[in-house]
Write a protein that binds this ligand. Structure first.
Ligand SMILES: Cc1cc2nc3c(=O)[nH]c(=O)nc-3n(C[C@H](O)[C@H](O)[C@H](O)COP(=O)(O)OP(=O)(O)OC[C@H]3O[C@@H](n4cnc5c(N)ncnc54)[C@H](O)[C@@H]3O)c2cc1C
Length: 421
């Protein structure tokens, strides 16, 4: 059995395959080193949401299914917490902060939906309450979202890899798969016999398997990490409860504290590089880094002198429904899951379970999820794709600035089509 891609999807899938069938020969082939893709570059905010939001899950899959996904998300985080000893995992919950009155209203609505789906812990916070948690003059309110946490993603990658190796999974790093043939996986240095192949290549998938490209779009997100905060700097913002934070815009900032007291500051102002480019030339964006520094200073003027010596970007695969999709190809020989958008830390683990059951044809409730059975609405091909992204991005940025949604966005909203990372 060949798993292509050594990110969370590939690692969890390999681990679950060996747990389900210990005698199985499982090899993970990774073009860089394990964790080279988004799994080693992300912000480490672990969401309990398998879907992008409960409201979106209701739109796409209906209320009963949204309830199922919500329960699954919490169970998944419980299991990650039990697994992730030594990975700086902290069950902090999250804060969704509001920067405009419209976002306060959205927050109230989302907290209501969360409680309706059975999460008592959703709590609406006034501006004063949220600023007691983290002191930004921009906050007008917020919602405490229970369930999730923060983690050091590299430590988690390493731990899943170690557990998989202990069970006998073999790893081939710096091994780029160049071609899939019947019964064989071809790499630059040789070939591997494999009756089934799991594509765990997320935003890179079209390099090897272009026919899936109409179901997702590769985007880049960017992050800064600060120098460690002194106690005096920390006291200027509070953040005693260390929650991962996002705000209510479509192109939101996300941020958390690291174990060594740095601020990780990211943006979901996802960048699309036409035509579907995913390569090292996209790994850095001075424009995004400058915008990140500026937005940090607007949020926390009291830390205006804080330096951010680290910066990087990474690729994400997004779908029009902002949740992953699953499937098989080549007569069932190729099995895939991708398109986690910006919520992959938690949902890749569920995808790993799903893939392992699909590969082994084992029954599981998970295989009955609508998210598994239904495919997302497709994206247009190039050159229409770039034009559509530019038009939607422009409209969404205006909404983030406080304008009303354009006709284009209202139509997409009715169709349940989103664009974000
Ligand atoms: C900047 C950034 C911030 C993010 N923040 C968060 C966050 O806070 N919370 C959250 O939940 N999610 C976050 N995400 C998303 C999350 O990281 C991803 O959804 C998740 O890591 C996807 O895992 P994956 O294993 O499917 O893909 P990847 O980790 O991208 O792994 C795919 C792997 O396949 C390998 N590969 C590709 N093609 C080949 C080939 N032909 N041969 C061999 N190997 C190949 C790649 O090198 C790569 O290592 C973020 C992502 C980014 C980029």
């Amino acid at each position: 059995m060949a798993v292509i891609g050594g990110g969370f999807t590939g690692l969890w899938t390999a681990l679950f395959l060996k747990q389900l069938q210990p005698a199985l020969d499982v090899a993970v082939l990774e073009q860089g080193v394990v964790g080279w893709g988004a799994s080693g570059r992300n912000a480490g905010i672990v969401s309990a949401c398998v879907d992008h939001s409960h409201a979106l899950a209701i739109t796409h899959f209906g209320r009963a299914e949204a309830e199922k996904l919500a329960r699954l998300g919490i169970q998944n985080i419980d299991e990650i917490e039990a697994f992730a000893g030594g990975c700086d995992f902290e069950r902090t919950g999250q804060l969704h902060v509001a920067l405009t009155e419209a976002q306060v209203e959205d927050g109230r609505r989302n907290a209501g939906i969360g409680r309706e789906l059975g999460f008592e812990g959703y709590r609406m916070l006034s501006a004063e309450e949220v600023r007691k948690e983290i002191d930004s003059p921009l906050y007008l309110g917020g919602v405490f979202v229970p369930g999730g946490g923060i983690v050091d993603p590299i430590k988690l990658v390493d731990k899943v890899r170690c557990e998989a190796e202990l069970l006998g999974v073999r790893f081939f790093e710096r091994t780029r798969v160049t071609k899939l043939e019947a019964g064989r996986v071809v790499t630059a240095g040789g070939a591997l016999t494999a009756d089934k192949v799991i594509l765990a290549t997320d935003a890179y998938t079209h390099h090897l398997f272009p026919r899936l490209l109409f179901r997702y779009i590769p985007l880049y997100d960017y992050i800064l990490v600060s120098e460690p905060l002194s106690d005096a700097q920390r006291s200027l913002i509070g953040w005693r409860n260390r929650q991962g934070v996002t705000d209510g815009r479509t192109f939101f900032n996300y941020y958390r504290l690291t174990a060594d007291q740095r601020i990780l500051w990211g943006t979901s102002e996802a960048m699309y590089y036409p035509p579907n480019r995913v390569d090292e030339s996209c790994d850095h964006s001075p424009r995004h880094y400058q915008a990140l520094r500026d937005s940090f200073r607007r949020h926390f003027p009291q830390l205006g002198a804080l330096q951010f010596p680290f910066e990087w970007g990474g690729p994400i695969a997004s779908t029009t429904r902002l949740t992953p999709f699953f499937g098989t190809a080549s007569g069932g020989r190729v099995i895939y899951a991708l398109g986690y958008t910006g919520h992959g830390i938690g949902s890749t683990r569920i995808a790993g379970k799903i893939l392992a059951h699909m590969v082994l044809s084992r029954p599981s409730e998970l295989l009955r999820l609508a998210m598994v059975k239904r495919q997302p609405f497709p994206y247009p091909p190039e050159p229409l794709r770039a034009a559509a992204v530019a038009a939607v991005t422009h409209s969404l940025k205006r909404v983030d600035e406080g304008h009303n949604p354009s006709t284009l966005l209202r139509i997409l909203d009715v169709l349940g089509i989103g664009f974000s990372s």
